[in-house]
Design a binder for this molecule. Structure first.
Ligand code: AMP
Ligand code: MG
Length: 421
């Protein structure tokens, strides 16, 4: 089954609100085997809403909208979509009474505002989708050819609740095919870091084309490149089998870069690895100024692995608190693998940790030189006296360089304590 999504609201076009409703719908529908083939956003303009819905209906016959069901003058979806179906609106007394009851329960001590009456206006022949999470009921309109539009509210919490309570069960019933083996859409994500998208593609070579019944997508971001495998149009068991084959082929080719799966945070992966080896961690940060420590502290249960750290921004602090030698700074500079090594060893000794990790770099926008351009970052890890370092030039603005630096330093720790990488 294919579907189109129309999200409605001026705030979406102005860029003030991200269309998280569209994203949520697409993910939930994919899990049901429903393929979203197009998503559009329009403003709170009845003509634009009607045009978008009419075109979507003509193309694929099944449409979900969000937004514009509220009680105010900018909420125009109900009337605009009723007009597409040529249906008049009538006041539904039962819904009005439910709205009045909701209002009483909230204890404002006044009568239901007149403007809420608009939410009890129902197009002829519409099915009302109950909203247990807010005031605006959803609506389902269908024409004589079986083409339908489901209208959901814009408030994300209400939209998600109504989708789960009412619309998904309804679609599941409709989609239930006589065959037990209904096709589904399933995805798996493998998270890589420390390697560029193009280099990953080279290492995967022609594998991407040889993956049977599975599409491979490269999704780069500051954390690294996620590899998403998607199987479409197969029964669930076959889709899972195809994904498992695809995953093992990808792991075979680029496994050394993979640190986790969908939703995994490298900081959590590293903490778990440290915990299982009984190692405590200390951090020394220059250009990231505490960002690495913050990422680690954000993981629940960090306290049994993470001791703390030193923000050593100034050279005086690098020397005074971490024991970095003046000679090292004079010879190699504060952004150097040598300085990073001494920072990592220094913080490990100072805090009595098993593992020390350090970051020093030039986050920009100023301070770059020909030899050390903006983005130059050095990091080091010291594991009970043995260590590794790297020097890399990271891309992005100041914020992104600092975020990429934390990720690269975490990956350095991961590799240093992994048995075989
Ligand atoms: P509405 O139902 O159109 O009155 O929308 C109510 C609120 O829901 C808006 O103020 C937005 O903050 C939010 N909202 C509407 N549409 C979306 C969307 N597509 N994605 C995320 N939030 C939305
Ligand atoms: Mg709106």
């Amino acid at each position: 089954m294919q579907i189109e999504i129309v999200t409605i609201g001026d705030e979406l076009l102005l860029g003030f609100t991200l269309d998280t409703n569209g994203a949520h719908l697409a993910r939930e529908l994919a899990a049901l085997g429903v393929e979203v083939v197009r998503r559009v956003s329009v403003g709170d303009d009845p003509a634009a809403i009607a045009a978008a819905v009419r075109e979507a209906l003509d193309r694929c016959g099944a449409v979900i909208t969000t937004g514009g069901l509220g009680p105010t003058s900018d909420d125009r979806s109900r009337e605009a979509i009723a007009a597409v179906f040529g249906r008049a609106l009538h006041l539904d007394e039962a819904i009005l009474e439910r709205l009045r009851e909701r209002w009483r329960v909230r204890g404002w001590g006044t009568e239901l505002p007149e403007s809420n009456r608009a939410q009890a206006l129902i197009p002829e022949g519409a099915t009302v989708l109950e909203n247990r999470h807010g005031s605006a009921p959803g609506l389902w309109l269908e024409d004589e050819r079986g083409r339908w539009v489901a209208m959901l509210p814009g408030v994300p919490r209400e939209m998600r609740g109504m989708l789960a309570d009412t619309l998904l069960p309804r679609m599941r019933d409709r989609a239930r095919s006589p065959r037990a083996e209904a096709p589904v859409i399933r995805s798996r994500t493998l998270r890589t870091t420390g390697i560029a998208e193009s280099a990953l593609a080279d290492q995967l070579g022609s594998l991407a084309h040889r993956l049977e019944a599975v599409d491979l997508a490269y999704l780069p971001g500051w954390e690294g490149v996620d590899l998403r495998l998607t199987a479409r149009g197969l029964p669930a068991a076959d889709a899972e089998a195809a994904l498992a084959r695809g995953e093992s082929a990808v792991r075979g080719a680029v496994g050394k870069w993979i640190y986790g799966e969908e939703g995994d945070d490298l900081a959590a992966v590293v903490l778990a690895a440290l915990r299982s080896r009984g190692l405590m961690l200390a951090v020394a940060e220059s250009c990231t100024g505490g960002m690495l420590g913050a990422r680690i502290a954000a993981i629940p249960g960090a306290s049994d692995v993470f001791l703390g750290g030193v923000i050593a921004y100034e050279n005086a602090v690098k020397m005074g608190e971490l024991g970095v030698r003046a000679e090292t700074l004079a010879t190699h500079g504060s952004v150097s693998e040598q300085a990073a090594c001494e920072m990592a060893a220094g913080v490990r000794a100072k805090l009595g940790a098993g593992v020390g990790v350090s970051i020093t770099g030039i986050a920009g926008p100023d301070g770059g030189t020909a030899e050390k351009p903006v983005g130059t970052v050095c990091a080091a890890v010291d594991v009970r006296g043995g260590g590794r370092t790297f020097r890399r030039v990271l891309v992005g603005d100041r914020e992104e360089i600092r975020k990429r630096a934390t990720q690269a330093a975490l990956d350095l720790v991961r590799r240093a304590i992994a048995p075989d990488s």
